[in-house]
Design a binder for this molecule. Sequence first.
Ligand code: NAP
Length: 293
Amino acid sequence: MNIIDGKLIAEQIKTEIATEVRKMIDNDINPPHLAAILVGEDGASQTYVASKEKSCKEVGFTSSIYRYPASTSEADLLKAVDFLNEDEEVDGFIVQLPLPKHISVDKIIERINPKKDVDGFHPINAGRMLAGLPSYLPATPFGIMQLIERCNIETEGKNCVVLGRSNIVGTPISILMSRNSKHANATVTICHSKTQNLKEITQKADILIAAIGKPNFVTSDMVKEGAVIIDVGIHRTPSADTKSGFKLCGDVDFLNVSKKASYITPVPGGVGLMTIVALLQNTLKAAKKEIYQ
Ligand code: NAP
């Protein structure tokens, strides 16, 4: 069994990005600028945004965070989006999710200029991805595709089962895995909460991508011998073994499933780190105007 080292691959890609940024600076071009809008005090969101800021520093990007209280109105948040859409110094920005319940996520995302939508959530970017046109790919699926590519995992003609159909993970990764391209060309089945006989389906998977949001949901009896397992889930579970009193786990029962897998991503140290790197790659593309002029 091979553990897919998301940390190592993320570091390699960050080094590649940093080299490009240095070249830009040497040529008197401003380094890419990633901004983030953070609404409220959600602990996980604060952590994500802080690690995005840290990663920006590591590769030489400019980063800025716009913080708003949880009581911010939808109208004011739309104004904040408009401000960043207009700011010529910002190449790309994200609005950290989740948002408070009184704000429509769809309205906010649709207001982002697709050219700056480095999360790849805007319907224009989603549509362009669907049509196979250049677009910002959503960060987590983009990160997964790169793990697969850099580990030289064979995908062509393989049965790929995706657990989960969210707009940010399950649906886009199922599209990317089925595309007619070198590191895809898989035969994809997408499962959700209404799927029947789930175990029978997952047992046939050569590649199983779990994005279900349930800790340790995928058990070893659901997995075929030699399968590739990509675990997208991230959960904090109580633990007496750690100082903090909790540990992270994924959607997959790593201990037992890893005994059957040919490749498996750990949590932490797998997909999560690649998500941030993919966001940096999208921002670099935005700064270089690779997708849109
Ligand atoms: P989500 O929006 O909650 O979607 C979960 C999906 O799983 C839904 O499509 C749901 O089906 C399906 N599902 C739930 N229970 C099921 C069951 N018993 N059988 C089959 N399907 C079931 O979650 P998400 O945003 O995609 O995130 C999934 C996980 O990935 C979460 O743990 C999240 O924290 C993590 N995540 C990690 C990263 C990262 O960077 N590593 C990034 C994003 C998300 P229905 O559609 O029928 O409800």
